[in-house]
Design a binder for this molecule. Structure first.
Ligand code: FPP
Length: 254
């Protein structure tokens, strides 16, 4: 279950336990090379592969990738359909590699608008990797942080209608247990490639105390060396979770 950083100081280590990434810059990577934007997405799949391998080898336990936001439906139809094809291909081709690496795959988001074949492949891939535990890979597809908080609230009220009359009984822990990634700890390190410095409606509840790393590097160029640079930066951060520096170092009363 997710532990709220506002109540308990999670244990920290040099390597983040949970890394969340917005993979941005595919289109610009392609345009720089006079290629169609879709070529950037195709190259981006290689960076996904590399991130999974690097995180697994480094001892990261949870890797969450923002592949398609609720807002991405507004893109040109051919780009949306290429992205869907890439998801289908990746699910068809990569699952055996994920098995070999002990990776458990989950997809979070509102999957209902996806074509039935894609939904079926997602369910199969989740099912066939469900016993793996080396790395928990989550793909956020048609996901939005506000959607997640809303769906959590709705499901919680259906399960506990009495809360509507007693809202004071509701606490963070209870609501967060209905979020779509309730089984994972909150991300320690957030990375956004491509130069923008925004959260863009990614895990907005869970990123409250996460260290935020922004890089100009486009996602197709983001390989193992770049990921290790982000880990390096993370290891220098002092995570205080609202406390003072002296408290964190045990020099003052907690
Ligand atoms: C953002 O770049 C990237 C996306 C919207 C899609 C990410 C998808 C992949 C990396 C490929 C498939 C992923 C999986 C998990 C199989 P952008 O198009 O916004 O780039 P731009 O800002 O340069 O235009």
């Amino acid at each position: 279950m997710a532990i709220s950083s506002t109540k308990v100081i999670p244990s920290t280590s040099a390597i983040p336990e949970h890394v969340a990434i917005i993979m941005d810059g595919n289109g610009r990577w392609a345009s720089q090379r006079f290629l169609p934007r879709t070529a950037g997405h195709a190259k981006g799949v290689q960076s996904v592969r590399s991130a999974v391998e690097t995180c697994g080898n480094a001892g990261v336990r949870y890797l969450t990738l923002f592949a398609f936001s609720s807002e991405n439906w507004r893109r040109p139809a051919d780009e949306v359909s290429l992205l869907m094809r890439l998801f289908v291909q990746a699910l068809e081709r990569e699952v055996s590699r994920l098995q070999d690496q002990g990776v458990r795959l989950r997809v979070v988001g509102d999957l209902s608008p996806f074509e039935p074949k894609l939904q079926e492949l997602i369910l199969q891939a989740q099912d066939s990797t469900s016993q793996n535990d080396a790395l928990h890979l989550t793909i956020a597809a048609n996901y939005g942080g506000r959607w997640d908080i809303l769906q959590a609230t709705r499901r919680m009220l259906v399960a506990h209608p009495e809360l509507a009359a007693h809202p004071d009984q509701l606490d963070e822990q209870q609501l967060s247990s209905y979020l779509s990634m309730s089984w994972a700890p909150e991300p320690d390190l957030f990375i956004r490639t491509g130069g923008e410095q925004r959260i863009s409606n990614f895990l907005i509840w869970q990123l409250a105390y996460t260290e935020l790393f922004f890089t100009e590097c486009y996602w197709p160029d983001f390989g193992s060396a770049e990921l290790h640079q982000a880990f390096e930066w993370y290891s220098t951060r002092e995570r205080r979770f609202g406390r003072t520096s002296a408290q964190v170092h045990g020099l003052a009363k907690t």
